[in-house]
Structure formats: C-alpha cells, structure tokens
Design a protein around this ligand. Structure first.
Ligand code: SAM
Length: 333
C-alpha cells in the first residue's frame, strides 16, 4: 500500500502498553532530570500490567487487516511490552497471521531472563534491547534506578533462546552517557551483535534535553576506527540505520539519524498506540482512532489503516516550533 508520496508502507509498530518499569529521563513523563522523587515514583509503578483497552485479539485483528494491505513486518513495543500479562498470547496470535516475514519486539530487557525462551516458543523472531550505558551508575541515573546486571543477564538469555539477530539501541544524552560510546563499540569486537546509536528526538518530557542530542556525525568524527560496512543492508526495505564496523570486529555499529539525516524519504511505517490510535508519523500529532471500529465495525479496520497511510506527511515536523503532544512511552518508540 503506497502513501501519498509513493512510499510503500509495510511495517507496523504496535505499542501494547504505555506502562513501563523504568523512567528514562528522555522518555517518560515525570522523569525529568535530575534524578527526582517523581522519577522514583515512576519506577515504583513497576510490576506486570493487565490488558489495556486493546486485547490480544484486537492486536491480531489489526495485524491481520494490515497484512492484507501488504504489511509484512511487525514490531511490538511500548511502554514496556514485557509487562503485559498476556504478552505471550499477543506474540503467538500475531505470529500466526499469514503473510508476516518479520516479528520483532523492542524491550528495555528487564523481563528478558524471565520470558526469552517462552517468547521464542510463541513465535517471536528477534529483539532489540534498549541500553544506554554499560556503567551501572550511569545506567541507574538514566533509567531512574534500573539494574544493569538484570538487563545484561536478559541479553544473554535472549541469545541463548535464539532471539536473533539481537540489537542494542542506545540513545546518547550529552553529559550523561556520551562518555560510554567506546564501551559500546568494544562490545562488537567479539560478538556478531549490532549496536545502534539513535539521535535523541524532541519527544521528551524535558524540552531542555534537546540541546544534549549527540549527532551521528559527531560520534563518527571521534571514532575514526569505524569504516562503512557493506551498504547492502540485510534489514530490508525502509531500513533506517547506516552501518559501520571496526575492521576485524565481528559486530556492527549502526547510526539512526532522525535529526541530522534523511530519515523520512524511505519511511515505511505506521504506529498503533496502546489505546487504539494509529499514528501515521512519529513527528506529527495526527491520529486515526481504531477503537470504535474494533468494538463495533471490525470490517472497517482496513479502511482506517488505509486512511492513516494516506495521512503520512512527507517528512516529520521536528525542528524549531515543534512541540510534542506526547512522550515516546505513550506513542510507542
Ligand atoms: N520499553 C521498551 C524499550 O525500552 O525499548 C520499548 C519502548 S521505548 C519508548 C522504545 C525506544 O524509544 C527506546 O529505545 C528508547 O530509547 C527510545 N526513545 C524514547 N524516547 C526517545 C527520544 N526522545 N529520542 C530517541 N529515542 C527515544
């Protein structure tokens, strides 16, 4: 299905909950820096969450309609998707939809040790783990008290379960975790793992953080050992990362540059929020509400997906004057 700018939309990202057990300073409302009581309160919301307005069956209905329109890749995200009590039903239901070639999940990794093997059995292909520091203190500061050891253990369990290729996504915030870039590059020495640096986007509880964005070009300039990798991306259409590697290292270092790169021309995505609203673009406020159709007229879901695809703007609206209406945890990053 093509949008108004000739881009084929084939990738649906689904947020299954807005809840999260971490309070990353650039992501969750109430988590503004410096470390504060509100962030600790945020963290105390940890624990598993029951179904929101959308059930596992609702997600499967949306994916089925999307697959009929040509969507062949689905990513489950949140909030923290592994907090949903019915996450295995969601995964197995979506995995059974005919026509999908790629089913992935983005997680902060805190629940991976508990769930990796079961997720694999339910039909999940792979996971991206969000990890912003390999230093326990900096990790706790960014996440509002997160336990780095638990996440590193979860990554090992995901690898053992065969959830591959496993990717690590890192958002740098100047003055907080940009000192750890070399640690992440070093991770790719012995392991065939992709570490990807994502530029901080102005979808954040604290507008002052914008100025702390570390650009991809800056990282590359300070790490001349990185050379461009084979440009034929194995990630398929719409891939947003550009890959580099240190010669002789097994893994790759990727750069996702929404703020300084040409991000939108190949955009193939649509996002479904946990409350049933479709977002045609991460960097715009437009939405299409699927909930009424899910409740009373499921035959219209395909038509509403097509409407949202037709609403995709040519490019995101990040830039001077952009003010987000929601933080990333509620859109589904
Ligand atoms: N809880 C899961 C996780 O941590 O991966 C999934 C949801 S989280 C919102 C998804 C991704 O969005 C994370 O990698 C996070 O770093 C990223 N993210 C959140 N806010 C962001 C921002 N303002 N700019 C760039 N990435 C952001």
């Amino acid at each position: 299905m093509k949008d108004g700018f000739g881009r084929t939309v084939s990738y649906l990202r689904i947020s299954v909950t807005e809840d999260c057990d971490l309070g990353c300073l650039y992501c969750r409302a109430g988590s503004a820096m410096p470390s504060s009581e509100s962030r600790l309160a945020c963290l105390s919301r940890s624990g598993r969450v029951s179904a929101g307005p959308l059930s596992a069956g609702d997600f499967v209905a949306v994916v089925s309609a999307a697959a009929r329109l040509g969507v062949d890749k689905v990513r489950i995200t949140g909030g923290e998707p592994l907090l949903r009590e019915d996450i295995l039903d969601i995964v197995s239901g979506i995995a059974a939809v005919p026509g999908l070639r790629d089913l992935a999940l983005t997680t902060n990794g805190t629940g991976l040790s508990r769930l990796a093997a079961e997720l694999k059995r339910a039909g999940l292909g792979r996971v991206n783990v969000s990890l912003d520091s390999l230093d326990p203190g900096a990790y706790a500061l960014i996440t509002g008290g997160g336990d780095l050891g638990a996440v590193l253990g979860g990554i090992e369990d995901a690898k053992k379960a065969g959830l591959s290729p496993l990717r690590i996504n890192t958002v740098l915030v100047r003055g907080i975790n940009d000192g750890g870039i070399g640690d992440f590059i070093a991770l790719t020495r012995a392991e065939a793992i992709d570490v990807r640096f994502i530029e901080l986007m102005p979808i954040s509880p604290d507008p002052d953080l914008e100025a702390r964005m570390v650009s991809s070009a800056e990282i590359l300039a300070s790490h001349p050992e990185l050379v461009p990798d084979d440009p034929s991306s194995p990630d398929g259409p719409g891939a947003v990362a550009r890959y580099y590697r240190v010669p002789g290292f097994r893994g790759r270092v990727g750069f996702i540059s929404p703020m300084t790169g040409s991000f939108c021309s190949g955009c193939n995505r649509l996002r479904l929020r946990a409350d049933g609203r479709l977002r045609p673009c991460l960097g715009s406020r437009d939405e299409v509400d699927l909930l009424p159709a899910l409740r009373s007229d499921p035959g219209r879901i395909g038509e509403l997906l097509a409407l949202a695809i037709g609403m995709k703007p040519e490019r995101h609206l990040f830039g001077p004057g952009f003010s987000p209406d929601r933080t990333m945890d509620s859109i589904g990053g």
